[in-house]
Write a protein that binds this ligand. Structure first.
Ligand code: PLP
Length: 355
């Protein structure tokens, strides 16, 4: 079986692929509404939330845009220490908001204290932050960030992108005080791409009613009216809802804590292997992702040759992303990947390095 150690789209289990092939139903039928409701209620457990989870026919970026359009009149702070955080900043700018960028070096975790200082001075309605930067393999201290922000400004919403970590790392939306938490299907949930999931608090939904020009497709106030009837304003991405429904059962059968522990153990193994082979991680210790490891290419490994070698063995890894393209490579350990897959990959990489 082929294995992709890339940070999405990831390998999808056969039974999940098969689940998508179930016959279509009218989306406003009782049969489909029952599936929709089940999938969205089960998703709440994954988000550790009592609030609603929207399921949108889009990738995660769609919900980055929805956060900005629905919950911000004007002022927003974008915390940026990686490529996807920068995208969220651009999304806010391109939607005409008054956005301030608080930038950190890409190999540095976002500082809760500095963010709180900016919030104290800035009068921001909300801030955007990425939990797990897929470009750098860095995990930001989101819990501490929300705490610091709410200590100085309880009304400021914190929006969190967990596109490459939700389902692979524990993120407790309600306990941490996050107002919108979003993810994509094609990463740790190990589903095909095309579905995004976003959980939103009541207070954010209340505010949305007063925000103008929310648009139509991602108008969450409109979506909420339909969601309460187990439906969506536009046609849902039905095959992926079937797949989500089944995949959540598989995830809960593994156990969320077991799943997080599996991801964390694989991350540790990859880090140890890298260090034993004179390679170091891009992200500092204590802030390393448990779903994707970004390794500095200090040995000038030819990553495209390495991937050709790996592909002959039905595996592949990812190159660097954005400004880190030629400086790093990435090994993702998310979704269906198991420790024995990691061992197989590392053995093959070792063989390649010896050549
Ligand atoms: N945020 C992060 C952290 C990501 O890794 C990605 C994609 O890789 C995105 C956002 C964009 O997600 P999507 O491609 O699902 O729109």
């Amino acid at each position: 079986m082929s294995r992709m150690f890339v940070p999405g789209p990831v390998d999808v289990a056969d039974e999940i692929l098969q689940a998508q092939a179930a016959p279509m139903l009218p989306h406003r039928s009782k049969e489909f509404e029952a599936i929709y409701r089940r999938a969205s209620e089960k998703s709440q457990q994954l988000f550790y939330t009592q609030y609603r989870v929207f399921l949108t026919a889009s990738s995660g970026t769609g919900l980055q845009e929805a956060a900005i359009r629905n919950f911000v009149h004007k002022r927003v702070l974008s915390v940026v220490n990686g490529a996807f955080a920068d995208r969220w900043y651009e999304v806010a700018v391109s939607n005409g908001k008054d956005v301030e960028k608080l930038a950190f070096e890409w190999d540095t975790p976002a500082s809760p204290e500095r963010i709180a200082d900016a919030v104290r001075e800035g009068g921001f309605e909300a801030l955007t932050v990425v939990h797990n930067e897929t470009s750098t393999g860095l995990q930001n201290p989101v819990k501490e960030i929300v705490e610091a922000v709410h200590a100085v400004s309880p009304d400021t919403f914190v929006f969190v992108d967990a596109v490459s970590s939700l389902g692979g790392a524990k993120i407790e939306m309600d306990a941490w005080g996050i107002d919108m938490l979003l993810t994509s299907s094609q990463k740790c949930l190990a589903l095909p791409p095309g579905l995004a999931l976003g959980a939103v608090t009541d207070r954010a939904m209340e505010k949305a009613k007063s925000v103008e020009n929310r648009g139509w497709y991602f108008d969450l106030v409109r979506m909420e009216k339909h969601r309460l009837k187990d439906s969506s304003p536009a046609t849902p991405v039905m095959p992926l809802i079937y797949a989500l429904d089944l995949q959540l059962d598989r995830i809960f059968a593994e156990g969320l804590d077991n799943r997080f522990a599996r991801h964390s153990a694989m991350a540790k193994r990859v880090q140890e292997w890298a260090e034993a082979h004179d390679l170091s991680m891009y992200a500092p210790e204590g802030y390393r992702s448990q779903t994707v490891t970004t390794i500095k290419n200090e040995r000038n490994i030819n990553v495209s040759e390495l991937n050709t070698f790996l592909k002959q063995r039905e595996m592949r890894i990812a190159g660097g992303y954005g400004q880190l393209k030629d400086k790093t490579f990435r090994i993702a350990h998310m979704g269906e990947i198991q420790m024995e897959d990691i061992e197989k990959l590392l053995a093959a990489m070792e063989e390649f390095l010896k050549k």
